[in-house]
Design a protein around this ligand. Structure first.
Ligand code: CP
Length: 307
């Protein structure tokens, strides 16, 4: 199955997801054995209009571990010709002449799709504003599968900023492809999950419920997926941000009610929504999750550039 653009979670079939996971496992072995040169001669351009640590560096590391080259513009709003008024479409038309694949993070929902519409080379969506973050969702379900051992029948609590969180949106779309999944949304009133995702889950007959009591939900689920309240998306709604911040915190007392074989995930970065005292608990999976991002992104680069 040929993979070209990676734009949104809905584009993946279960067969394609299995294929990506299988290549990611292969990539884990490649990494342990010191890397490979299968992408020698290929160039990846990373164009990031919003800040990033994990996504940009893991993509760049992935490309290098497979023998490819990287060209990059971080802070593209200030340091690319966008600052002079160049459109995203023109930037893509130019950069496709220099690279074999473009990894794009943008501040507007739908930007990756706009880029793909004018691009002859693969576009990978590395997060488009409050829209989607499909490669994060891929590494998230890869992590759940590795840690829990299955995806069918999984129960998950998505916690925190569900209105602005592109990771939980993409994750919901991907989970709807599996059977007997249960999703609990636990969010402050001002950042509840949006209706389009709830409609999608209803359409795909996925059980979901909105809950207020994190401790009660934590005792029932296999995965707690915590997210940061995204201050940067509130603009001048400072009071709404203050209302949402600090409502749901994972600390030692929550660990006591969680199932012994459950895990805590977080796309990171975190601010104060998971206390550092939780990090040493074996159920804290968020740093392992971030590492899985490397293998998933190596797999995606191999699949869009070679297969
Ligand atoms: N999870 C994630 O997208 O992290 P970065 O913003 O650091 O890339």
């Amino acid at each position: 199955m040929k993979l070209h653009h990676v734009i949104k979670a809905q584009q993946f079939t279960r067969d394609l997801l299995d294929q990506i996971f299988s290549v990611a496992e292969e990539m884990e072995k490649v990494t342990l054995s010191g890397g490979s040169d299968i992408l020698k001669g290929k160039v990846m351009a990373t164009i990031f209009y919003e800040p990033s640590t994990r996504t940009r560096l893991s993509f760049e590391s992935a490309m290098r571990k497979l023998g490819g080259e990287v060209i990059t513009t971080e802070s593209a709003r200030e340091f690319s010709s966008a600052a002079k008024g160049e459109t995203l479409e023109d930037t893509i038309r130019v950069v496709e002449g220099y690279a074999d694949v473009i990894v794009l993070r943008h501040f507007e929902s739908g930007a990756a799709e706009r880029a793909a519409n004018v691009s002859q080379i693969p576009i990978i969506n590395a997060g488009d504003g409050p829209g989607q973050h499909p490669t994060q969702a891929l590494l998230d379900i890869y992590t759940i599968d590795k840690e829990i051992g299955h995806l069918d029948g999984i129960s998950i609590a998505m916690v925190g900023d569900l209105a602005n969180g592109r990771t939980v949106r993409s994750l919901s779309y991907l989970l709807s492809k599996y059977d007997d999944v249960k999703v609990y949304f636990v969010a402050p009133e001002v950042v509840k999950m949006k209706d389009d995702i709830k409609d999608h889950l209803r359409e795909h007959k996925v059980f979901f419920a909105e809950r207020d009591d994190l401790a009660e939900v934590a005792s029932q689920v296999d995965v707690i997926y915590q997210t940061r309240i995204q201050k940067e998306r509130f603009g001048d709604r400072v009071q709404d941000y203050e209302k949402a911040r600090g409502k749901y915190i994972i600390d030692k007392s929550l660990l006591k009610v969680m199932k012994q074989n459950a895990i805590i995930m977080h796309p990171l970065p975190r601010v104060d929504e998971i206390k550092p005292e939780v990090d040493s608990d074996p159920r804290a999976a968020y740093f392992r999750q971030a590492r899985n991002g490397l293998y998933i992104r190596m797999a995606l680069l191999k699949m869009v550039l070679l297969d």
